[in-house]
Design a protein around this ligand. Sequence first.
Ligand code: PRP
Ligand code: ADE
Length: 167
Amino acid sequence: MAADPESKLQLVQRHIRAFPDFPKKGILFRDICPILKDPAALTAVIDLFEEHVRKNHQQVDLIVGIDARGFLFGPLLAQRLGVGFVLVRKKGKLPGTTVSVAYDLEYGKAEAEIQEDSVAPGQKILLIDDLLATGGESCIAIMFTGCQAREEVLQKQTCKISNISPY
Ligand SMILES: O=P(O)(O)OC[C@H]1O[C@H](OP(=O)(O)OP(=O)(O)O)[C@H](O)[C@@H]1O
Ligand SMILES: Nc1ncnc2[nH]cnc12
C-alpha cells in the first residue's frame, strides 16, 4: 500500500480511464470503475479525502453524496470521519418531504432531490462526488444544503459553477 500522499495520488490516477466520445461525441468520459476494483486504490482515494478534510476543515457534521457515484465514496469517508451520510438522489427515489431542482449536466439534463429534514440549520456539510464537469450537480447540492440559498435555486432552476461559494 502506497504511504505518502504523492504515491497515493499517482496510484489513484493510474486507476482512472478516459473514454473519448462517451456517452456522446465530444465528451471525454473519466471512468472511476478501476478504482473500485482495486482495494489499494480505493483505500488510497479515501485516505486522500480523509487527509484533505482533516487538514482543511475543522468541523464536518455530515457528508452529502451525489447520486450515483458520490454514494461509492461518501459512506466510506463518513465512516472514517465518524459522521453521518446524506443522499442527494435523482428525482423520485426518496420518501417523505423532499426538495427538488432541475439542472443541466455536461451531457444532458437531470433533476435532483434531497429529504427536507436531512440537514439541520447550522450543520456543516461536506459534499462528495467522483467528478466535477460543469459543476452543476455540485452547485445544486450546495444550494440544497444551504437553507438561505434554497429558495433562490428553486426559482432559478439552474445554476453555474461561478455561483458556488464553498464553505
Ligand atoms: O459537474 P457536472 O456537470 O454536474 O457533472 C458531474 C456529475 O455528472 C456525473 O453524474 P451523472 O449524473 O452523469 O451520473 P451518475 O448517476 O453515473 O453518477 C458525475 O458523477 C457527477 O455527479
Ligand atoms: N467527463 C465526464 N466523465 C465522467 N463522468 C462525467 N459526468 C459528467 N461529465 C463526465
